[in-house]
Write a protein that binds this ligand. Structure first.
Ligand code: UD1
Length: 348
């Protein structure tokens, strides 16, 4: 029987985590040959290589080295380079993850060559077209042939947009990753209560006033905030000259195992990351989302997440809510076998 050739496009930190569990399952299947393409979107050692090393993701077969700073140039250069790889490799499927520029470039390059596209994390919407991620996910879903949804809400959203063929609710591959790797979490050497925060979205970092307001919100936290700073955010903080107080501990971006360690030990989470909103829930922590909307509406419905905007209004109430313990009996993101389901659907 000929092997199924699967070409996986990666580029940004959350994609390395998602692909780690899918690629791990693929390696147990003799009938699949996976080609990994890294666009280069994230290139700092602790944004990229550290994930490949610690999560045992196979080295990419192609490294496209795309580092263009603007969206058009970045996506365009990826499109051109991915097209060359697809022409050479002629895969049966192209597999893309999430909502980054690498996702859209991969889907578009494959779609135009009539190579079937599968999208993991399909059907998520913020309904905020100013977010580059929203454009990326809407367009990718409408190009894709197979759409892997993490929950029923995302399936229903696709249906609202007229996409009913090739839609599969498989659960969330990030939950698979959490279950698989949580025993490898590296506990932080902190013996007092703290909160874990990350901020990196363009909507929060590009406007210095908004970022300033969010950081001022951090200063009012009832417990110190441990803040691994994304390179985009660091550039802006350096430029605007923000002075942190003793309530904010800024550190380098964390490896996945270190992040899990902090997550399991923290009192609560503040973030604008889609991934961390869910990881907080997996770890049983409440999350204040520093945005005006979220794609992960199930978390709001479960009272695990509240929208905090720029943390300028009612932040003390949010902190009082976040400090309360969270209990949930049933996981809304599947049973930890999403990666296996994804691969089985692609190869059947
Ligand atoms: C991207 C994704 C976002 C995802 C996030 C995860 C898009 C539109 N956005 O946002 O969906 O949640 O990754 O982190 O694709 N930079 C470095 N070192 C790096 C990576 C980036 O210095 O390793 C710099 C870039 O040069 C750029 C800035 O950080 O100036 C932003 O990087 P970019 O990859 O464009 O977007 P992210 O904000 O990381």
């Amino acid at each position: 029987m000929p092997k199924t050739k699967l070409l996986t496009i990666l580029g940004a930190r959350p994609q390395f985590i998602k692909a780690a569990v899918v690629s791990r399952y693929i390696r147990t299947c003799d009938h699949i040959n996976e080609i990994i393409v890294h666009t280069g979107q994230h290139y700092d050692h602790n944004m990229s290589q550290v994930f490949f090393d610690s999560m045992e993701i196979p080295e990419p077969h192609y490294h496209l080295g795309v580092k263009q700073p603007t969206h058009g140039a970045q996506t365009g250069r990826m499109l051109e380079a991915i097209e060359q790889v697809l022409i050479q490799e002629k895969p049966d499927w192209t597999l893309v993850y999430g909502d980054t520029n690498s996702t859209l470039a991969g889907a578009l390059a494959a779609g135009k060559l009539h190579i079937p596209v599968a999208h993991v994390e399909a059907g998520l919407r913020s309904f905020n077209k100013r977010m580059p991620e929203e454009m990326n996910r809407v367009l990718t879903d409408h190009i894709s042939d197979i759409l892997f949804c993490p929950s029923n809400a995302s399936k229903n959203q696709l249906q609202n947009e007229g996409i009913t063929q090739g839609v599969h609710v498989i659960g969330d591959v990030m939950f698979d990753a959490f279950l698989h790797y949580k025993n490898k979490a590296i506990a932080p050497e902190i013996d007092y209560p703290f909160a874990l925060a990350t901020i990196h979205r363009a909507e929060n970092t590009d406007d210095p006033n908004r970022l300033h307001t969010i950081l001022n919100g951090f200063k009012q936290s009832p417990v110190p905030i441990l803040f691994p700073v994304h390179p985009r955010t660091k550039k802006q903080i350096d430029q605007m000259g923000f002075h942190a107080n003793e309530n904010i501990m800024m550190i380098e971006p964390l490896s996945y195992f270190h992040l899990l360690g902090y997550l399991l030990r923290c009192s609560f989470v503040i973030t604008d990351s889609g991934g961390l909103q869910k990881e907080a829930y997996f770890a049983g922590k409440r999350c204040i989302t520093a945005r005006n909307e979220t794609e992960w509406t199930e978390l709001i419905d479960s009272d695990a997440n509240q929208l905090g905007g720029d943390l300028s209004n009612g932040v003390q109430d949010l902190y009082a809510w976040a400090m309360k313990p969270l209990s949930h009996e049933k996981n809304i993101y599947g049973d930890g076998n999403a990666a296996q389901r994804c691969v089985e659907i692609l190869t059947n």
